[in-house]
Design a protein around this ligand. Sequence first.
Ligand code: SF4
Length: 378
Amino acid sequence: MNENYKPLLSYSKEELTDLFKTLGLPAFRAGQVRRWVFSRKTDRFSQMSDLSKDLRAKLTELFARPKSGAEPAKLIANGSETVAAETFDYDDSLYESRVVAKSVSDDGSEKLLLEWRDGRRVECVLLRDDRNHRTACVSVQVGCAMGCVFCCSGMGGFVRNLTRSEILEELLRLNALLPQDERLTHIVVMGTGEPTLNLDALLPALAEATSGDGLDIGNRRVTISTVGIPAGIRKLAEANVPYKLAVSLHAPNDRIRDAIMPQNRIHPIAEVLRAADVFFHTTGRRVTFEYVLLDGINSSVDDALELARLLRNKTAIVNCIPYNPAPELPYKTPSNATVRRFVDALEGEGIQVKVRFRKGDKINAACGQLRWSLREKE
Ligand code: SF4
């Protein structure tokens, strides 16, 4: 077993090249290994067939995941839609996690529940659509401290940040679900956790995902979604990241937002909107405001009109998301007619609106729901 285990994905291109040089290996070998990982979707050193047997053995010794002895997880929910868990017992896997559960929806969405070597679990989702978009939705933390009342991810509280290699591994695992001639086209950082509280891991992972010899996903096809932490939004603006920003607003006033998003009691709407303005003026990129529609809570025509007043004179777009219900929570999806009236009222006030219809509701696609339903180890 490799006692000083440091996963391959924790090395940037430069770091890997330096390591190879230190080991007396030609620098171009680092590029070869990266091509296997990023372009050819390989997750085992033994499959890197254009490397010598000795080099493959060396890579396994350096980077392969130590055996953990963990038993395959016992599946406790989700019946036939969930596949049996992997074990950790691959001798030469470059991944750190194992797949505990995989669920597939009729609409082509696939969700993976990954377990890391410390037994902690996160979800990530592959979303397919008829525009040939292949979107990865990734988590950035195990659990979440933000406590949004409609979200399963917040139910167990915050556990820890994911590392850069763990975030990258989510992307690679989702990419590998696609046929060899397809690859991810978009990334949304909208899974579990608050991205702006883990930028030190997230930004290097996204840099790999968007680099030409990484996953080569266009910068503008990456969206970071925040609950609305003003300092985090300003940090993204100062860093002038080339990605899109989405802010989860979910309410037209502080009274409703306080009730469904406890974070609002610390950073009320006005503060969040000021930070979003800074992002727009610094980067020139329009901010998307996410708005999950909860029946009877934030989805009336009056709510829409109040939201329109809030966003008047802003270069912004509102992304309305009819709530994806979770059996563990009491919230309901509004009727199609209610959604229509809400959208019409916003558009009538000159606000640009998109409606994102639910995908993957057969696979516990609500944020954190699969992890929560299979929470045996948490
Ligand atoms: S919606 Fe996002 S920010 Fe809110 S609790 Fe869930 S994961 Fe955290």
